[in-house]
Design a protein around this ligand. Structure first.
Ligand code: S3P
Length: 167
């Protein structure tokens, strides 16, 4: 059985995923890292060289590959993965997979993302924290439609990775 973690950028999917995999003695996979290894480029460079549509195509392709090849794993998706190209359906139709939405508040996401926005091509251009908060508010509203279809949801505010993965 595989566990797929979904949630907005900065919700802690990678940190929690690693911890959860260790606790459950399962392999850990991060879809963004997998894409970077396969494409031999950072996510930012893929966006820069080929644009978002190319990235989304590759993301969907590699998601299928990861789900097919790694059947007993904890897999962290990218923040946008469940919102594009029928990816959520691919996850949900896979009988060996359970999905968990890591839900983090707007304030907490904004605080975390402002510090590390340079790594993320969708928000790298944003210069002020207010502008970032506005962007995240709208984006999160749109994406919540997909995130809320996960099999389970864990609220992550005021919890560390250990508490979240225990839950
Ligand atoms: C994205 C989130 C990123 C990465 C890419 C696009 C998104 O992953 O896949 O920059 O659309 O939300 P993280 O959620 O791991 O930052």
């Amino acid at each position: 059985m595989s566990i797929v973690l979904i949630g907005y950028m900065g919700s802690g999917k990678s940190l929690v995923g690693r911890d959860l995999a260790k606790k459950m003695k399962l392999e850990y996979l991060d879809l963004d890292e997998y894409i970077e290894n396969q494409e031999k480029k950072t996510i930012s460079k893929i966006f820069e060289d080929h644009g978002e549509i190319y990235f989304r195509k590759k993301e969907s392709l590699y998601l299928k590959e990861v789900l097919d090849k790694h059947t007993d794993s904890v897999i962290s998706l990218g923040g946008g993965t469940p919102c594009f190209a029928g990816n959520l359906e691919i996850v949900k139709e896979n009988e060996n997979t359970k999905s968990i939405y890591l839900q983090t508040s707007l304030d907490e996401l904004t605080k975390r993302l402002f510090a590390e926005r340079n790594k993320r091509p969708l928000i790298a251009h944003i210069t002020t924290i207010d502008e970032l908060k506005d962007f995240v508010r709208k984006h999160l509203f749109e994406r919540s439609f997909y995130y809320n279809q996960a099999d389970y949801k864990v609220v992550t505010d005021q919890k560390d990775a250990n508490q979240i993965s225990e839950e």
